[in-house]
Design a protein around this ligand. Structure first.
Ligand SMILES: Cc1cc2nc3c(=O)[nH]c(=O)nc-3n(C[C@H](O)[C@H](O)[C@H](O)COP(=O)(O)OP(=O)(O)OC[C@H]3O[C@@H](n4cnc5c(N)ncnc54)[C@H](O)[C@@H]3O)c2cc1C
Length: 143
């Protein structure tokens, strides 16, 4: 990808939300860049549940199928890495990614999810989504 390449829309975050936005825009023939650092919030949980048609799949499996489907749209491009800096206003955004490359876009979508803040307790973060559970409808049911 050329430096300073321009897109109709830059999407920061390429997990479920970012890919869903990318598909909709790809189907509108928009030139899109999805920047993703590949750390979705559910990455530790063994299986995802309660999402009809996908019950019991692994989070990675669901993301992989979603990405394959979005890759079928030739106007949607991907950059694997972290967006570290951004500036601009509507129709003139600039986003810098970790290796120091900059992309520009007319529109900007944040699909960066949320960051769970773990209490400072031994083992808590290692068990998050596995045996420390926040959602009875997700993996909580199995436990
Ligand atoms: C432990 C756990 C278990 C869960 N289990 C279930 C379940 O069983 N069923 C269910 O329906 N839901 C479940 N969820 C909820 C589900 O995971 C979230 O609703 C979903 O992941 C939200 O998708 P998202 O795309 O908004 O964010 P995320 O999936 O968190 O993705 C955000 C993406 O943005 C990227 N990103 C962030 N900042 C940057 C940046 N600066 N530059 C580049 N990329 C960036 C991240 O790397 C990541 O890939 C669970 C959540 C957790 C925490």
């Amino acid at each position: 990808m050329k430096k300073e390449e321009h897109f109709d829309t830059i999407i920061i975050g390429g997990s479920y939300s970012g890919l869903a936005a990318g598909m909709a825009l790809g189907r509108a023939l928009k030139r899109v860049l999805i920047i993703d650092s590949n750390t979705p919030c559910n990455r530790q949980t063994p299986y995802s549940h309660n999402f009809i048609t996908n019950d019991g799949k692994t989070p990675a499996e669901m993301a992989s199928v979603a990405k394959q489907q979005v890759q079928a749209y030739p106007t949607v491009h991907f950059f694997n890495g972290l967006a570290v800096q951004g500036s601009g206003t509507n129709n003139a955004f600039k986003i810098t990614v970790a290796p120091g490359e900059t992309f520009s876009g007319d529109k900007l979508i944040f699909a960066t999810g949320i960051k769970d803040i773990m209490p400072n307790m031994d083992g808590f973060s290692d068990c998050w989504g596995i045996s420390v559970l926040h959602c009875p409808y997700c993996h909580g049911y199995e436990v």
